[in-house]
Design a protein around this ligand. Structure first.
Ligand code: SAM
Length: 409
């Protein structure tokens, strides 16, 4: 599956990583050029460089990364001929259909038979399945749109997996599958899966548990599929929806501790009480209403002070204290100490003659920066419902007792 070489060779498929959201497959054909808004690149210049290289454009106004294809990258970069399956669904389906590499296969002495798989579409899921089943697995894939079937066949050939995929151009709802009692797992991604359920039952193996998954965007389709699965004798019918929630991680300055903030607030309370008592005392001395504290609304004296400035309210005092705490903490973190490989470094003037640290501002036992994670704002929403079911092997029939005398005993 794709090149295993370290260096890129002519004829290789590579994935060009232009930006996080712009990936593009490219077949290396010396003599051709790749042009984009990220610059101009000769294919011949990519031959011989290692996969994963960052390459600058010939005009010097951009760069690209040239990557080795993987099923994940292929899904992000492939040419869309249809709606495709994305990684969250692919991973979940692969796991729940128990699609796996062929180690058990060798023990069992026969090929693992994974598939059939329908419809091929753009081949996004097929490439992941091919990696999962390994070289001893086989995939039967069906597509009723002839052009899509031909394009997928061509891609399978170019990606070196055509010997392990049998791609058939046919309408499986009408004509069924080309295999009987064969498949370990079967996946249906088509508008009317219920029409293919009876055919699917014939294709699945009967000597051990076989599994099916139907991929449908609407709940009405799910209901019809569940009914069809029930009618055909499938068990363990369960529906899931897979949602991906990526997190964005950012580094930010660490905040002061709760203890530091509460200490500052307590000190401010004490100062405020002292001020209040002073004001009451001076009010008594002057006997003027204008110097007495306002009652009930948390306001201090709001008349102009001797300097002509308005006295602060209690709320303003608290905000001041909090801002000071944050500022102190940030200053301390950014100016007074620094982290080096996890060690807290303290400036020389912070060290006293006796070798102890000057502890006006105790060094924090926490790193200067903390990692914050938050859900990324753009989350891919609903894609489809995944309806899974199992087909159990028939129960062993109890032997008919032919000797009548034994039956009476
Ligand atoms: N799962 C594919 C992927 O990841 O790239 C995408 C599949 S696409 C959504 C569905 C495909 O099923 C289409 O290409 C369509 O032509 C094909 N299809 C629909 N009904 C079919 C049928 N009855 N028999 C065979 N193929 C069918």
């Amino acid at each position: 599956m794709w090149s295993k070489g370290r260096e890129i060779a002519a004829g290789d498929t590579v994935i060009l990583w232009l930006t996080r959201d712009a990936l593009q497959p490219l077949v290396i054909e010396p003599g051709k050029e790749f042009n984009s808004k990220f610059g101009s690149y000769r294919h011949a210049d990519l031959v011989g460089i290692p996969f994963g290289s960052k390459v600058g454009s010939r005009t010097g106004n951009g760069f690209i990364h040239v990557l080795r294809p993987t099923p994940e990258l292929w899904t992000m970069a492939l040419p869309h001929r249809t709606q495709i399956l994305y990684l969250a669904d692919i991973a979940f389906i692969t796991s729940y259909l128990n699609i796996k590499n062929g180690s058990q296969v060798v023990e069992a002495g026969k090929h693992i038979l994974t598939g059939p798989f329908l419809g091929t579409g753009s081949g996004s899921f097929s490439h992941s399945v091919m990696r999962s089943i390994g070289t001893s697995g086989h995939l039967w894939s069906y597509e009723f749109h002839e052009t899509r079937a031909n394009k997928a066949r061509f891609e399978f050939h170019r990606h070196g997996i055509s010997d392990r995929v049998t791609l058939t151009h046919r309408n499986v709802c009408k004509d069924g599958f080309t295999v009987t009692d064969t498949a370990d797992a079967l996946f249906l991604d088509l508008p009317a899966p219920w029409d293919a359920i009876e055919h699917a039952k014939k294709a699945l193996r009967k000597d051990r548990i076989a599994r099916i998954c139907c991929f449908s965007p609407c709940i009405e389709q799910v209901l019809r599929t569940v009914s069809a699965l029930n009618d055909s004798g499938f068990t363990d019918i369960t529906m899931y929806e897979t949602l991906l929630r990526p997190y964005d991680i950012q580094q930010t300055s660490s905040l002061p501790t709760i203890g530091e903030i509460s200490d500052k607030l307590k000190q401010s309370e004490i100062r405020r009480e002292e001020k209040r008592l002073k004001q009451i005392a001076s009010g008594h001395r002057g006997g003027s209403d204008s110097t007495s504290p306002a009652k009930g609304n948390g306001q201090k004296n709001v008349s102009a002070s001797a300097g002509g400035k308005r006295a602060k309210t209690e709320e303003e005092d608290i905000i001041d204290v909090e801002s000071q705490v944050i500022e102190d903490s940030q200053n301390f973190l950014t100016k007074d100490v620094s982290m080096d490989g996890g060690l807290l470094l303290v400036k020389a003037e912070e060290v006293l003659d006796d070798g102890n640290l000057k502890m006006e501002k105790p060094p924090l036992a926490q790193p200067m920066k903390i990692n914050l994670s938050k859900v990324m704002p753009e989350v891919r929403g609903h894609t489809s419902y995944l309806t899974f079911a199992c087909l159990l092997p028939p129960l062993p029939t109890i032997g008919v007792v032919e000797d009548e005398s034994l039956e009476q005993v």
